[in-house]
Design a protein around this ligand. Structure first.
Ligand code: 6PG
Length: 245
């Protein structure tokens, strides 16, 4: 099941995304004592993260029960401006009372394949003895239809065994670590945050176009039993209406 939620501006989208985070955190903590969430990288979610650092939101969450992961990472050191960890830490993690041991970043500074294997071990250990099933996975979408670091025509699209993998992305001339479709589609909730007219045409292709995940990897996100939400601003949603899925 997929839901499209459209908001007038990127700012309203960011506020709504923070509200969703808080709602799912409260529900998850009530249900099973903690909230496991994988953050998206890129620029779009930053405004959401900054909202989470405001008193309006910080006081609504029992942060000691929150466990923070990432759905992908660039293979750079944690202090790099390109690091998704660095962006989230500066936007909100350093402002909320999450115990440091609850923040489990991908190690972009070590060998990519070693980092991917180590992160997969971290995930399976965290969720054991239950399956590796996040309460929430946040995702963005690039204007080429990629999500996390699953880019067009890359092996991650068809990875059926691993939960986390490293891959070299030719167009970026760099290594990335990413959740695989299997891990994403096992989540209880998956939420895309997509903003801006630049992505509108690709978004329509992804949501209502022919299924072609090699060209449009975001299409591979089809949670088996979890809920999929598309949180869009009106600029990104100009070619998509909520009646279309
Ligand atoms: C990354 C992200 C990537 C991102 C999209 C959208 O590491 O860059 O995980 O998948 O979500 O590229 O990025 P923007 O939000 O910057 O448009």
């Amino acid at each position: 099941m997929a839901i499209i939620q459209t908001y007038p501006t990127a700012e309203v989208l960011a506020h709504a995304a923070a509200e969703l985070f808080v709602t799912l955190a409260q529900e998850s903590i009530r249900d099973h004592g903690h909230f496991s969430v994988a953050l998206a990288g890129g620029s779009t979610p930053r405004a959401m993260y900054k909202n989470l650092a405001t008193i309006e939101f910080t006081q609504q969450v029992n942060w000691e029960r929150v466990y923070i992961f990432w759905s992908d990472e660039r293979c750079v050191p944690p202090e790099s401006e390109d690091s998704n960890y660095h962006m989230a830490r500066d936007a909100f993690l350093k402002y909320v009372a999450i115990p440091p041991e609850n923040i489990l970043r991908m190690q972009g500074e070590i060998k990519p394949h070693q980092a991917a294997q180590s992160y997969e071990e971290t995930l399976t250990h965290f969720f054991a003895p239950k399956p590796t099933r996040f309460d929430l996975i946040l995702l963005g979408m690039g204007d080429d239809g990629h999500t996390a670091s699953i880019f067009p025509a890359t092996p991650a699209i068809h990875e059926a065994e691993k939960l986390v993998m490293a891959q070299y992305v030719d167009k970026l001339e760099s290594w990335r670590i990413t959740f695989t479709p299997a891990l994403i589609n096992a989540a209880a909730n998956v939420a895309f945050l997509v903003s801006g007219e630049k992505k509108a045409y690709r978004l329509r292709q992804v949501i209502v176009g022919r299924y072609q995940p090699d060209q449009l990897p975001a299409q591979i996100v089809r949670p088996a039993v979890g809920k999929l939400r598309w949180l869009l601003d009106e600029a990104a949603a100009i070619h998509v209406t909520s009646t279309q899925i």
